[in-house]
Design a protein around this ligand. Structure first.
Ligand code: NAP
Length: 584
């Protein structure tokens, strides 16, 4: 590790920006700010860079957006010198990439590793953030940038008797760096989300016996991992700029051949079938974009549900197990779908069994294993793939206090409130990268990160040029944005599932759809308009003097083309939610 830069020592002169987290967001934010002449320091709880790809090193961990698109596009040199080995790179390669980025741009000299931020308080008089770390270091910074990740704080799920279990317990999100050898071991795994669905086939190949404890089955599509498809590679090599631009100009931030005009319910069944088969064969998330009505109309969604149920039955030999693995309680796409390599077929192995926790609830851990209402299971090791306190968990665990000492937890007591998912009213000069209220987890994160970092950097340049010391979201603009976030998701089926998007996986967490579902391209345009309108909706100050005081939010997204069939459904849902006046 290189030595400190002049700007990075605690208790020194205030720095321009303190960035929390050295994942892809924190690294690019640091690089971007440095290039613009700001001094910045990153504080990172882990011992290395990479964020998600530093922590989530469980067997089988890999990206589920094609690597060509899930990689930085901000630097052509970086882009040209890096070649991905596979369509969906594994965790180790992504971590190598993160390290390569850190080395290439000499980022480490401004990153403090093994440094967890515990508190950040806004000092209104000094117009600075006072930041404290777990080890007692103290920093002062004009701007606080939370690059803390959306899925970085594991839930504190626990089970009766868990401390009595004599074997090791591993969390997928905190996997040992030295790896785990399950050879000859009896292993239990709790959870069937993306992390479990990726790790189960790999653990099953090694363990003597693997028992999967499932509470809710998930939809999973095959990755069909392998070499990068020739058509994609050729298009990318021909014009990487155009390829990136096309990815960014989509709702999801990646090329998914999305169909926004044809409804499944208005298409002959054999054509629907052929289209779904084509997308299933291509793999990954492509099936999500097959028809314009899947995400809105229950009947159309059922067509895809039934198609996937059939695919599960084709892959799983035992019809009872296939039925247990088939989702029944939520529409397709309303919980984040998974992308797998051999998940369903793994249940044909003689050493793998599935336990339905709804039929036989978990009673307790014991010294030897797990007892359910039906049976005692003995294990040498247990894996918890039980998920994250998504979007807010990493932020609200910091003792964050804004103007007048107001705590973020109080401000977010009824669910996270932000303006554009970038700033919070009453928390001047504090930015969130891919925060709640931004498209983030509904998109290719790297493209969302690039958009946020570039918007924040431009904002800091503008403040500096005009000698302004603080920027803060107005309460009115924040409220208007929260309405936009609600209006974007309400027409869809997304709120119907008990998903982590809704905060439903954390007991006591307010139920609210957290990301902005209006699409990355729409959102990018809104953010551009806000900045162009002299930071509409923001209060800008020089010391305690207000220079610009905007309380409005008028940057409305362009209306997408919506198939006529969907309009009544959308109007009905918006009206019922009070987001549209009822027709007279
Ligand atoms: P998750 O999707 O929230 O899954 C957690 C699993 O644990 C669920 O099956 C859940 O069941 C179960 N669970 C939680 N508490 C439980 C309890 N008390 N008893 C029994 N079961 C319990 O978490 P994840 O798999 O870590 O994935 C989270 C997100 O991270 C994904 O949706 C995705 O966005 C991202 N991710 C991405 C990748 C990738 O890109 N390749 C890989 C992994 C994760 P219920 O459904 O019943 O609550």
């Amino acid at each position: 590790m290189t030595t400190s830069s002049a700007h990075a020592s605690p208790d020194a002169l205030p720095i321009d920006a303190l960035i929390v987290g050295a994942g892809f967001s924190g690294m690019y934010m640091l690089h971007k700010l440095r290039g613009l002449g700001f001094n910045a320091t990153v504080l990172e709880a882990g011992s290395g860079v990479g964020g998600t790809w530093y922590w989530n090193r469980y067997p089988g961990a890999r990206v589920d957006i094609q690597s060509l698109e899930y990689s930085f596009g901000f630097d052509e040199g970086l882009e040209q010198e890096w070649r991905w080995s596979e369509r969906y790179a594994p965790q180790a390669e992504l971590e190598r990439y993160a390290n390569h980025v850190a080395d290439r741009f000499d980022l480490r000299r401004d990153i403090r590793f093994d440094t967890r931020v515990t508190a950040a308080h806004w000092d209104d008089k000094a117009q600075l953030w006072e930041i404290k770390t777990e080890k007692g270091a103290h920093y002062r910074a004009r701007h606080l940038i939370l690059a803390t990740g959306c899925l970085s704080m594991p839930t504190d799920v626990t089970f009766p008797g868990i401390d009595t279990f004599e074997g090791p317990i591993y969390r997928t999100s905190r996997w040992p760096h030295e790896g785990v050898d399950f050879t000859g071991k009896r292993v239990g795994i709790i959870g069937t989300g993306s992390s479990a669905i990726q790790s189960i086939p790999v653990i099953a190949e090694q363990a003597a016996q693997l028992t999967v404890f499932q509470r809710t089955p998930n939809y999973s599509m095959p990755a069909h991992n392998g070499p990068i498809p020739k058509a994609d590679m050729d298009a990318w090599l021909k014009d990487p700029r155009a390829y990136r631009a096309a990815s960014k100009d989509t709702g999801g931030g990646f090329q998914n051949d999305g169909n926004t005009t044809t409804c499944a319910t208005e298409t002959p069944p054999e054509e629907v079938r052929a289209e779904l088969e084509r997308r299933w064969a291509w793999g990954g998330f492509r099936i999500l974009g097959a028809f314009a009505d899947t995400g809105v109309d229950t009947e159309a969604n059922r067509i895809v549900q039934e198609f996937i149920a059939e695919k599960i039955r084709e892959q799983v030999k035992d019809p009872a197990v296939a039925d247990m693995l088939t989702p029944k309680d939520h529409p397709f796409g309303t919980k984040r779908p998974c992308v797998d390599t051999g998940y369903y077929a793994t249940f044909n192995r003689p050493n793998v069994s599935l336990v339905d926790l709804r039929a036989e609830p978990l009673v307790t851990f014991t010294a030897q294993g797990i007892t359910t209402k039906a049976k005692d299971y003995e294990f040498d090791a247990v894996v918890l793939a039980t998920g994250f306190d998504a979007m807010t968990g990493a932020i609200d665990r910091i003792d964050l206090r804004g103007r007048g000492g107001r705590r973020i937890k109080e401000h977010w007591a009824e669910g996270p409130r932000t303006y554009l998912g970038l700033m919070v009213a009453g928390f001047p000069n504090m930015f969130t990268i891919t925060g709640p209220g931004s498209p983030s987890v509904l998109t290719n994160m790297i493209n969302s990160i690039e958009q946020h970092v570039e918007w924040i950097a431009e904002c800091l340049v503008s403040l500096k040029q005009h000698q302004q010391t603080s920027i803060e979201a107005s309460a009115e603009a924040e409220a208007a944005w929260c309405q936009q976030v609600a209006a974007a998701v309400t027409p869809s089926l997304l709120p119907q599932a008990n998903s982590w998007y809704m905060g439903a996986n954390v007991p006591g967490k307010p139920r609210m759809f957290m990301p902005y579902a209006g699409g990355l391209n729409t959102y990018t345009e809104i953010c551009r308009q806000v900045a162009a309108k002299n930071y509409e909706g923001f209060i800008i100050r020089q010391g305690d003097r207000v220079l610009s005081d905007s309380h409005v939010f008028t940057s409305h997204p362009p209306m997408p083309d919506i198939p006529a069939k969907l309009l009544p459904i959308i109007v009905e849902r918006l009206t019922a939610a009070g987001l549209m006046p009822a027709a007279q």
